[in-house]
Write a protein that binds this ligand. Sequence first.
Ligand code: MLT
Length: 386
Amino acid sequence: MEGEVQKGLEGVIIDESEISRVFGEEGKLLLRGYEINDIAENADYPETLYLVWNGELPTEEEYEKFAGDMAERREIPPEVMDSLRNYAEANLHPMDAMMAATVNLSGYDENIDPNAPQTFEDSIDEVREAGKNIAAKLPTITAAYNRLRDGDEPVEPREDMDTGENFLYMLQDEEPPELFSDLMETAFQIHMDHGTNASTFTARVVASTMANPYEATSSAMGALAGPLHGAANQDTLNMLREIDASDKDVGEWIDDTIDEGGVVYGYGHRVYQTKDPRAFILQDYAEDIIDSEYGDDKWYKLAKEVEAHMDAKGLEEKGIAPNVDFFSGTIYQQMDIPTDIYTNLFTVSRVGGWVGHMVEQYSDNRIIRPRAQYTGPVDLEWTPMD
Ligand code: MLT
């Protein structure tokens, strides 16, 4: 078994959270009981955050207060901006810069007192306040870091724009087309939670030790940064570029990759047995972009060719279908968003889920504390080396 990856090793059984329910067979995702499609169509990012964190939709008054509070928190401390300049000098991957900047933010949150004795119950308000800070500031951190490493100065966030619009404005220093703003807002909503997976498990386990929300979310970012989790969106686009540059046709490239045990990024899912409902939502936007004046459909068209070949191989019947990462990169690319910040965009959304899980476990005492079970040899006689 040396060096072989042991799959299916039963690890941690987690009682499902009440935040999202994933129906693998039907390809359905509910956030607090609402279908992801309805959320994408009828809510915006702050409203989805409020729903995930509180378990119910806000009233008009609650929404105005919450969304206004989030918009006011978009600025980041100048000292954190200076740290981002140093990370850009070091050419850190954007996910690593975001992880470091997130922990850096904790130094400017007066609710965080590392020396204060805490209980889970007492920490719920700290988690909520820190969660708002982190969720409000991650778009600013992502946009600023991208500009700094390109040698450009960051663009100040605006409070009069929705989250998606403001992100694109800070990234590209111009007011984005409405279609792109709507797409970005929806992308920030539909990635928000997805039951227990590597990054959410990480957030919950780290939070279960009473580590503060900055430490727990930064740790979860480390898990999400992996190519077998959140980075699949950037790796899918890089895979499409490889196919495009190859002298093989799409089918040949895919068949050879599968025969060689390679990965077709963006395909398959540990729960969905059919196409990820979030993939359909993004595809609708891709079709809208193609029909618009902005439509450079090259990468989306290539993704559709890959999907057609995979379907022809009967993989959907085997439960292998496109997941959310399969199309997201092709659409971000059409909005001129650099490939290596796609997982940062995933994080802007997923931090909402992580904070929701932390509030849930602190409130309901659903603490996940893994415990190792020793199954090795017992009672060995110590025989010193000769
Ligand atoms: C996610 O949304 O986190 C991905 O679909 C991966 C997963 O849920 O395991």
